[in-house]
Each structure stands twice: as C-alpha cells, then as structure tokens.
Design a protein around this ligand. Structure first.
Ligand code: BES
Ligand code: MN
Ligand code: ZN
Length: 466
C-alpha cells in the first residue's frame, strides 16, 4: 500500500502539451458564442439542447470523430451562489485525458482549478477498481504550486478521516504524523501511555486509558523564523462515548472524531509545502474513547495539566478533556496565535449544518481576516460567540469545571468556553467542525472533508502579518 502522505498524480495539474479545450460559457453569452463557431459545432449544440445551465456539459467531436472540445455551462452569478467548485461537476463526467480551461473569468480561476484537482480525490484504499481521471493543465495566471498544496492538504485530511478506526487508531495517526514530518523536515516528539502521567497530561491519559492502543500526545514543530502558530487538533480516533455509551446511530460515524487532527494536519501540510515564514507547532492528543473496566466514569474528578479540576458528568464529552491538556501545553510558550479544531459537539452540527465551519475568537481583526479569506477561497465559516455570561454553566460547584453542563443549552458555546480556560492569555481561535460531507457535491464526495483549513491558510498572512 502507498503511504497516506504520498500525493497521487490525479491531484496535480497535468503537464500535457496538447489538451482538449473546455469552453466555459455563461447562459447569457451562449448565443453570441455560438454565432462565432463553425456551423457544425453550433448545430450540434443546438440539436443537443445545450443551454449553458450551471453544471451542464456538452462534448463536441472534431472532424475525425475524436473529442474536439467540451462546452461547460456556467449559468449566471445567482445560480453560482448555490454552491462551489461548479466546473468540478463537469470534470467528474469527462473521459480520461488532459484538458484546458477557456473563457473562465480570472476571478474564479483559483476556485475552479482547485475544484478540478479535488475531483481527482477518491478514497480508494479499499477499492479493487481504481478510476481514470480527466486532468487539468494549470490555467494561465494561477499559482499552480499553491493550488496543488491545497489539494494535497485536503486529500490528506480526507484520507485520515475516511480510514476506519481499525486502520486509523492512535498508532496509525502517529505514523501519519511521522510521515508528514519526515517529508517536510519537521521535528516530532510523542509522549505515550504512562509517560503522559509522568509528564503531566492527566486528562489525555484518562480519556484514552481504556483502549488497547495507548493514548498519546503528538507534538510536531516546523520552521525556525517568523511568528509562532500553534495548531491543536482533536484526535479521538474512535468515540464510543465511553461508559456513557453512544446509541448505535450516533456512534456510526465516530471514526471521524479525529477530524480536527486531520484538518490541522492538512493545514500544516499546506503551510509546510508552501514554506510560509512562520514557526509552526502542531499538537494532537490521539486517543480512543473506549469502554473497559478501567474506563473513567461519570462523577470522577480529575486535575488537569493546568491545575484546574474537572468533574466528569458525561464520558462522551471527552474531546474537551484531551484538548484541555494540549491547549495548556501550547499556551505555556504563549505562541502568537493558537487555533484548535475539533469535531467537538453535536450542537454545532445542529446549529450550522455540515457546510459551514463554526468558529470562535475574541479577536475582531482575526474574525475579519478570516471572513474575507473564507469568501475568497470558497471555504465558508461562521462566527459563534465566546458568550461570557455562559461561563457559569461550566462551573459545577464541587470542582472548577464541568465537562458536560446539564440542560444542554448552547452546547457548542459552553464547550468553547471550557477550552478557552486552558488557552489562558494566548490569542486563541477555536473551530467546532463537522468534518464530514453527508451527501456528494462537486469536488466534495460523501465522506471526510476539511473545513476552515483553506480559509485559515488564506487569512494567516493578515492575521500574523507574514
Ligand atoms: N464527538 C462528539 C461530538 C459530535 C457528535 C460531533 C456528532 C459531530 C457529530 C463529542 O465527543 C460528543 O460526544 N459530544 C457530546 C457532548 C455532550 C455529552 C456534552 C455531544 O455533543 O452530544
Ligand atoms: Mn464524545
Ligand atoms: Zn468526541
């Protein structure tokens, strides 16, 4: 098997000399365009009923019966607000070969080029039939290396999430991190098992102690100049809920509970591949929230790395526990910015659904930078508040903090407030992501998906003055 971190050619631009033109046509421009075409092509388009609707495509033969060109309907601006990566839908239906884009608005080139590359993503590790691919020659004017880095980062995220827990437990997640570190000359340090107690990561150990694969904290560093950025990702490789066992329907998708780790690793890959001038640290608490005789229990109280005590009122609120110790470690060296990503609450999914990445920050400048960036790179995000008055909800009385406030009001916000306690004075942003695309859309097959990583990549220069 090829390594998870190797990049398939299908995710890179084609280097072909000759490529079949894909003519991108807005509905309103079709008539004028056809008037300029050879009689044959115009008649073929008319008889096929091509109307340049968004996502519609038409193959046009050349004189010898080969594929001469492709028409790609691009609808109008209003239709295009209903989704992203519109040409990816066309690309996915084309025969194998090399293609080039014509007539595309330069302002949309980056998004469409990335979408096309992402149609080259398939989770085929367990498939006996691999499929062929329509490849795109890099459109003139795009930063090909940047788009390829984004596609490769996203593909890593998806592979990590899609791989079932049996093959993506804490051991394999660590191995993937080591691979990635080796590829980019990053340093990596892992604290595992009983060493977690010795090195004072009690909550990571507590959550992971019932699983066969030992819990661990993965600590990767890259770059030695520029501002410091610490990314923290929830690496719960499977979440049964622990003794507060999840019902079957809720447990079904929980291989994706390391989606935060997968997404920060995807972002880290983009940052390293592009050589951003910053000092990067990635912290991943990697555990499995399992059930066994030695599992932690409701009612238990533990002292965290930071010294705050936490009462466990639900063993299924495990993500904030492992993140608490990782965030405390990250905050100890006060990086210029710390960002956590986690499939943290069902409440976030209920609030914004699977398409938006909800995030929290107290820094207005960061929120503005991120909103602008998200719109530019078609990676939508939505800000939720660190609402101070709800702090009272995470204080149970007999300990400093409650991991699962009763009542369930504002579940994503109270989880975010819980995490913020551990970030201390560090400038902090947190994403409560879903990490999964429930139904296939262009360039976004059903399955694991990165959220917020490209928006962050785009926003980082402004946030950190790179
Ligand atoms: N991993 C889940 C959250 C989750 C569930 C994310 C479904 C996406 C889809 C998390 O560990 C969890 O179980 N959270 C609980 C917290 C509650 C017990 C306070 C939740 O959201 O129900
Ligand atoms: Mn849980
Ligand atoms: Zn979880």
């Amino acid at each position: 098997m090829t390594s998870l971190t190797s990049i398939p050619a299908a995710l890179c631009f084609a280097k072909a000399e000759t490529a079949i033109p894909v003519q991108v046509i807005e509905a309103a421009a079709l008539e004028a365009w056809l008037a300029d075409q050879p009689e044959r092509a115009a008649r073929w388009s008319e008889s096929a009923g091509f109307s340049a609707r968004l996502g519609e495509s038409l193959l046009i033969p050349d004189e010898d019966g080969g594929l001469g060109q492709v028409l790609a309907g691009y609808g109008d601006a209003k239709a295009r607000t209903h989704g992203r990566f519109h040409l990816a839908g066309v690309a996915a239906g084309l025969p194998e070969g090399a293609y080039r884009l014509e007539g595309l608005d330069p302002a949309r080139r980056d998004e469409e080029a990335l979408g096309w590359l992402l149609t080259g993503y398939a989770f085929d590790r367990y498939a006996s039939q691999k499929r062929g691919q329509a490849r795109l020659v890099a459109p003139e004017g795009v930063d090909a290396a940047r788009i390829e880095a984004q596609a490769a980062g996203e593909a890593l995220t998806r592979d990590l999430i899609n791989t079932p827990a049996e093959d993506m437990g804490p051991d394999e997640l660590e191995a993937a991190c080591r691979d990635l570190a080796e590829q980019h000359g990053a340093r990596i340090d892992v604290t595992a098992g009983e060493d977690l107690l010795e090195q004072n990561f009690p909550l990571i150990h507590t959550v992971g102690r019932a699983a066969e694969a030992v819990p661990r904290l993965i600590d990767m560093r890259w770059g030695d100049e520029g501002p410091s950025l610490c990314l923290v990702g929830k690496g719960v490789c499977f979440d049964t809920g622990g003794l507060n066992l999840k019902p079957g329907a809720s447990m079904g998708l929980m291989k994706k509970d390391m989606g935060g780790a997968a997404t920060v690793l995807g972002l880290a890959r983009m940052i390293m591949a592009l050589g951003l001038r910053l000092r990067l640290r990635v912290l991943i608490p990697a555990v499995e929230n399992a059930v066994a005789g030695n599992a932690f229990r409701p009612g238990d109280i533990f002292t965290s790395r930071k010294g705050l005590t936490v009462e466990i009122n639900n063993t299924d609120a495990e993500g904030r526990l492992v993140l608490a110790d990782a965030l405390a470690l990250g905050a100890e060296e006060t990086p210029d910015l710390m960002i956590s990503m986690a499939t943290l609450t069902g409440a976030a999914r209920v609030a914004v659904g699977p398409d938006l990445a909800p995030y929290y920050t107290d820094h207005e400048g960061d929120a503005q930078a991120l909103a602008g960036a998200a719109a530019r790179v078609a990676d939508p995000v939505w800000r939720l508040p660190f609402h101070q008055p709800y702090e009272a909800m995470i204080e149970p009385g007999i300990a400093d903090l409650d991991n699962a406030p009763k009542g369930g009001f504002a579940g994503s916000i109270t989880a975010a407030l819980f995490l913020r306690r551990f970030a201390g004075e560090t400038r902090y942003m947190h994403f409560d992501i879903y990490g999964w695309c429930p139904s296939a859309a262009p360039a976004r097959p059903k399955g694991g998906v990165g959220m917020g990583a490209r928006a962050l990549l785009e926003a980082l220069p402004e946030m950190l003055r790179l």
